[in-house]
Design a protein around this ligand. Structure first.
Ligand code: AHR
Length: 501
């Protein structure tokens, strides 16, 4: 059996954790909204048509912020189409996903859903086909008290009080040729700066996220971030990162090593932020918003076939990845990577939340259930709040197809506000259990209170509506042998230590 060791000390602190790293994302895409969070007539729906069974699962997940309404969708979206009496709202072609958007669900409905689901909105403006004028108008509509055209329109549409949206995205993936109104770095930088400036003139309390590259594989990655931040340093608060991984060649060791890439991506963007701060002799730090991250590949073939059969359909089952056990392990590893970069990453949104590459699935008229990836996110959100501690980790290492020196055991640690110590750990070995030797030096007398393990003998096991509990974390008896805890092969572990007495 392999042995790894972990030293933790209360004084080795990475950063206070921003709870918004446990955020998520709802886009007008596929069945995320229609038959996902919104389905009038569903047995669990309330008077607004919001599915109660989904709200319950979202509440259990503990998602502090939800990005909306896109995604690629937002780059052709007129926010005005989504407010006012539903019967007057226009149906539009959505060129991003080649579907028809009815706008039956819109801004007010989303804000109401957020309240019921115990979350808060992160609203994206369209900087693809539109620009700073529409962006400042929607901030006025949402956040200005009253007495102006747009704020009075909101009041007329039934919301006397401002919607109070505090976090705004300046477009989406504007570097991508697939994006409506894609831009060069310089074109985007000027537009984003002016939009953010005007939006903050309307409401000085908001924060904005400027688009970084849509992935580290983009040819302009690095230069894009540099140019955009050079222009926008004074007017924005965060820069976005998007990252998805897949296992299309069934190379699981390589798939589980993907977080080496995520870590490098985060550190590189963080360094560019610091470079620009230095260049400008600035005082403020630009932080990172990893506002799309997940596993995404299972549904890609199926989506191409669907488009051929149903062009311009409504609420098509697009991007419906069915997640297996190994996907949950990678999600756990991604959460560990985010926590270990908690000084830089202040917002992160698992993309997405319901039906579309999502932890929660629904059937129209039927049930709602949690996919495998739901559980690591839920446990991290529940137990990963407080201060992220620097894990001094020595692990055996292995090589995979694309990565070398991959730590076989990876871990993150959090000192929770009540003094509990939580360790999240993954054993990447598919065949061998590992011993994790713990040195919890400055924690004094503490008790190993609980050990939750997520493991399945079948890496491809999934949860379904009929068998929603096939892959679950399970409590095992917390046991330390000579200061070491055993991590089963291929497992996600949550270890909790509480103060004695
Ligand atoms: O989350 C699905 C899509 O992935 C989003 O619309 C887009 O921003 C990204 O390419």
């Amino acid at each position: 059996m392999k042995t790894a060791s972990l030293i933790l000390d209360k004084d080795f602190v990475i950063s206070q954790i921003d709870p918004r790293i446990y955020g998520s994302f709802i886009e007008h895409l596929g069945r995320a909204v229609y038959t996902g969070i919104y389905e009038p007539g569903h047995p669990s729906a309330d008077e607004e048509g919001l599915r109660g069974d989904v709200i319950e699962l979202v509440r259990r997940l503990g998602v502090p912020v939800v990005r909306y309404p896109g995604g690629n969708f937002v780059s052709g979206f007129n926010w005005e189409d989504s407010v006012g009496p539903v019967r007057d709202r226009p149906a539009r072609l959505d060129l991003a996903w080649k579907t028809t958007e009815t706008n039956a669900f819109g801004l007010h409905e989303f804000v109401s859903w957020c309240k019921k689901a115990g979350t808060s909105p992160m609203y994206a403006v369209n900087l693809g086909t539109r620009g700073p004028d529409a962006a400042r108008a929607v901030v006025e509509y949402a956040n200005h008290p009253s007495g102006t055209y747009y704020s009075d329109l909101r009041v007329k549409n039934g919301a006397k009080d401002p919607l109070g949206i505090k976090l705004w995205c300046l477009g989406n993936e504007m570097d991508g040729p697939w994006q409506m109104g894609a831009k060069t770095a310089q074109e985007y930088a000027r537009t984003a700066h002016e939009a953010s400036k005007l939006m903050k003139w309307v409401d000085g309390s908001i924060e904005t996220v400027v688009c970084g590259s849509s992935g580290s594989g983009m040819p302009t990655f690095g230069e894009w971030e540099y140019r955009v931040l050079d222009e926008c340093y004074d007017s924005v608060d965060y820069i976005s990162l998007h990252r998805y991984y897949g296992n299309p060649h069934n190379d699981t060791p390589d798939f589980l090593a993907s977080t080496m890439d995520l870590d490098a991506f985060i550190r590189t963007v963080g360094s560019i932020c610091d470079t620009i701060k230095g260049k400008k002799h600035g005082k403020k730090d630009i932080r990172l918003s990893l506002d799309e991250w997940n596993v995404w590949y299972h549904s890609q073939q199926q989506d191409q076939e669907l488009y051929k059969r149903q062009p311009w359909g409504q609420a098509l089952p697009l991007l419906e990845d069915v997640y297996n056990f190994e996907d949950a392990l990678l999600v756990g590893l991604m959460l560990i990577t985010i926590l270990n970069n908690a000084d830089k990453v202040k917002i992160a949104c698992m993309a997405q939340l319901v039906n579309v590459i999502a932890p929660i699935m629904t059937r129209a008229g039927g049930g709602a259930w949690a996919q495998t990836i739901y559980y690591p996110l839920m446990q991290a959100s529940l137990y990963g709040r407080g201060r992220a501690l620097k894990p001094v980790l020595q692990s055996p290492k292995h090589d995979t197809t694309h990565y070398s020196s991959v730590p076989t055991v990876d871990a993150a640690a959090v000192e929770n506000e009540d003094g509990t110590l939580t360790i999240f750990a993954v054993n990447r070995s598919l065949t061998e259990d590992a011993l994790l030797q713990l040195d919890l030096r400055a924690f004094g007398e503490i008790r190993f209170a609980s050990h939750s393990v997520m493991h399945h003998d079948d890496m491809k096991a999934v949860n379904t509506e009929a068998a929603p509990d096939a892959v679950l974390p399970r409590k095992i008896s917390p046991q330390l042998t000579d200061g070491a805890v055993r991590l089963p092969a291929a497992s996600w572990n949550v270890l909790r230590f509480t103060k004695q007495g």
